[in-house]
Design a protein around this ligand. Structure first.
Ligand code: PMT
Length: 225
């Protein structure tokens, strides 16, 4: 039997990539497989939490005992999380939300013949879900992830502050055994009051448990509701 230190705690988790359509057959996305976010959802469930998992398009099956909400775009993910935010105690944003989306959606398939000289796609920024939810928080503990291609603690600290989160999980996504798609991750946990905890190479399940240990410390011992 595992720990039940999240008994009754309502944990909202995001996972996976988002898809931003260009036309009916094409979209922009990223390499997120959903494994990290799903691992957090399962780990929280195993520790007694009531878990809602909002995920972009991934090929992973619904974890038993977790309420799963499947979305596609960054805007759909934003709405799904916003709708559920007030009723959660902890938010863990492991999703790789698109930062940009195509400005215009073409309802007809873009044809090669009509763009023989090349095609220029115009992109606009999406809204930052985590920063927005941080402004709406009441009692929630907020955990963000940071996918970086050069692990800089200074940049990560800046992100932690800018996003208004309590804990930031920094992963260097250039390493072959960490970040996107693989079953392992190498992360550094950064706390709001300056704590830095580098984790060794671990399975994503174990990274999830380590970050939840920090959440338990921030949230305080479970109180029955
Ligand atoms: O899914 P896997 O294949 O297992 O890969 C795991 C992972 C690499 C995707 C995961 O560990 C990870 O790092 N997730 C966050 C990826 C990311 O988008 O990082 P970022 O540095 O661009 O964003 C920082 C934080 O802001 C993230 O918590 C992100 O969810 C959030 N964000 C970003 C953009 C946006 N529009 N809204 C947001 O809320």
């Amino acid at each position: 039997p595992g720990k039940s230190d999240l008994a009754g705690v309502r944990v909202l988790v995001s996972a996976g990539p988002t898809r931003e359509a260009v036309d009916p057959v094409r979209f922009l996305t990223n390499r997120s497989s959903g494994k990290m976010g799903f691992a957090v959802a399962r780990a929280a469930r195993d520790r007694g939490a009531q878990v809602v998992l909002v995920t972009g398009p991934v090929s992973l099956a619904d974890p038993p005992g977790v309420e799963v909400v499947r979305v596609e775009t960054a805007e759909e993910m934003r709405t799904a999380l916003r709708d559920r935010f007030a009723a959660c105690d902890v938010l863990v944003m492991a999703a790789a939300v698109a930062d940009f989306r195509p400005v215009g959606y073409s309802p007809a398939k873009l044809k090669k013949g009509e763009h023989a000289g090349g095609l220029r796609l115009e992109l606009e920024p999406t809204r930052d879900i985590l920063s927005e939810l941080a402004t709406l928080r009441s009692q929630q503990v907020l955990v963000g992830f940071a996918a970086e291609t050069e692990a800089s603690l200074d940049r990560a600290r800046e992100k932690l502050r800018a996003k208004g989160v309590d804990l930031l999980v920094l992963n260097d996504v250039t390493q072959p055994d960490a970040g996107f798609e693989v079953d392992t991750n190498r992360a550094i946990l950064l706390g709001r009051s300056g704590e830095v905890e580098p984790l060794p190479l671990l399975r994503k399940e174990e990274v999830a448990h380590r970050l939840l240990d920090r959440v338990v410390a921030l949230h305080g011992p479970t109180t029955p509701r």
